[in-house]
Design a protein around this ligand. Structure first.
Ligand SMILES: CSC[C@H]1O[C@@H](n2cnc3c(O)ncnc32)[C@H](O)[C@@H]1O
Ligand SMILES: [Zn+2]
Length: 430
């Protein structure tokens, strides 16, 4: 039996209706065994967490972690130019080892800023899975599939290999999905094949949707439909869990098509702002009963994987859009980054709130700083003042991945050296 006791912290469980309280958390074999005030239990290790808040780890519901190698390589471009002229040529040079070290760099940033799980869509996914395994983080992995050049048979085979070989690995830390990339890269025939397979085997789907005006124009010109209508007509929302990334451009009837869907939407506010895509209809989706979580997208576009930046951007953008500061209050934004994102990854029975019986995926945030005092309202401090740099400790499955801001499972100097050399080679001459 392996035990860890966290003592004397303010606990924000993120269970609806529960207020923060001063207490302790006892972790046994990776799960929260007890949570409450004055727990007197023996433990292999004790963390004294005075002046800290314990909250569920943040869950990044849409990422391409390996794109951390392409951070600050191509900024201030329109999405299609950014993708076609910069990202795809650099990605064409990426080896399996590049993806391993790029993903590890992304994971290092996530651990350092309080993210304990992420959903990833990329290539060389066995390298991504290995990086997840080695670092101790949790992830839902998807082989991204573009079907423009051929029938996509090789990509589909890789997607199924990922699912067959890695689902459940790392004591359940790795889960998998099928990832057709986007409506504009997936024609009806192969996309329908993926959807039918997903429904038959009950494999969740992960796809980009309605990110730009240009995407809407492309799909309108080809199929005389909105991107959402296109996916709906192919049966995507009938019988399986779907993680939709971005979902910026929806009309009222598109929102109605998503009502009752399994899964939901990963909102990516910083990427949407930076690429000038628009402001997603978060309030309308939530009012329609759609689950809305939060993600960063890759650092190639968002430039940072700090979920605290996403939390701020999400709430500010909705307040601005509706001209109303009461829209998306602090606690609702924190919920999007924790339990709502956990629902999108289909792991909310295990993580996303701090409750006895759940996996111990949690973070400690150090409040002993000028920008986090006085401590009057913890959710407001976390949503509006905190940054990823305020995270002191990151724990996944009861394992400490960062403590007092020191990585426990990664060798930072090695990660930095490998990532720098590989990034320079990837972008040379582009
Ligand atoms: C085939 S693997 C995933 C693929 O997606 C690309 N990508 C990264 N960010 C975005 C985005 O915001 N919209 C569309 N596609 C994106 C990434 O470069 C990979 O090629
Ligand atoms: Zn993306």
């Amino acid at each position: 039996m392996k035990t860890l006791l966290i003592k004397d912290c303010m606990i924000l469980t993120m269970v609806e209706g529960e207020k923060p309280f001063l207490g302790d958390i006892w972790i046994v074999d990776g799960r929260i065994a007890k949570i409450g005030s004055s727990i007197e239990e023996e433990a292999d290790r004790v963390i004294l967490a005075k002046n800290m808040v314990a909250m569920p780890g943040l869950i990044n519901a849409h990422n391409h972690a390996s794109m951390s190698l392409l951070r600050a390589f191509s900024d201030d471009l329109k999405l299609m130019d950014w993708l076609d002229k910069k990202m795809l040529p650099a990605e064409a040079r990426m080896t399996r080892e590049d993806v391993y070290w790029g993903t590890t760099l992304g994971i290092a940033e996530m651990i350092a800023s309080g993210t304990t799980a992420f959903a990833d869509m990329y290539v060389h996914m066995d390298a991504v899975a290995q990086a997840v395994l080695d670092s101790g983080i949790r992830a839902s992995l998807t082989r991204g599939m573009v079907f423009l050049e051929d029938d996509g048979g090789r990509r589909m085979a890789e997607a199924l290999d990922l699912i067959d070989n890695w689902t459940g690995a790392g004591d359940g830390r790795i889960t998998t999905m099928l990832g057709p990339h986007a409506p504009y890269t997936c024609p009806p025939k192969p996309l329908q094949g993926v959807i039918e397979l997903a429904c038959k085997r009950q494999i969740p789907l992960h796809i980009h949707l309605a990110e730009t005006v240009e995407e809407g124009e492309k799909i309108r010109a080809k199929y005389n439909q909105t991107p959402t209508e296109y996916l709906h007509e192919l049966g995507m929302f009938h019988d399986t869990h779907v993680l939709l990334a971005h979902v910026v451009h929806l009309n009222e009837s598109d929102v109605a098509l998503l009502r009752g869907m399994r899964g939901g939407v990963a909102h990516n506010p910083v990427s949407n702002l930076k690429l000038g895509c628009g402001i997603a209809p978060v309030r309308e989706l939530i009012e329609a009963g759609v689950t809305v979580g939060m993600g960063t997208d890759g650092a190639g576009s968002a430039t940072t994987l700090d979920m605290f930046a996403e939390i701020k951007a999400a709430t500010w953008m909705q307040k601005l859009k509706h001209g109303d500061p009461t829209v998306l209050p602090a606690e609702a934004a924190l919920r999007m980054a924790t339990i709502e994102s956990a629902k999108l990854l289909a792991i909310d029975h295990e993580v996303g709130t701090l409750e006895a019986g759940k996996r111990a995926d949690l973070i400690l945030i150090d409040l002993d700083k000028p920008h986090l005092q006085p401590v009057l309202d913890i959710p407001a401090l976390l949503a509006y003042s905190a940054t990823g740099a305020d995270v002191d400790t990151t724990i996944v499955n009861g394992e400490i991945l960062m403590h007092q801001r020191q990585f426990q499972t990664l060798h930072w100097e090695e990660v930095k050296r490998e990532a720098t050399a590989r990034a320079r080679r990837l972008v040379e001459g582009l």
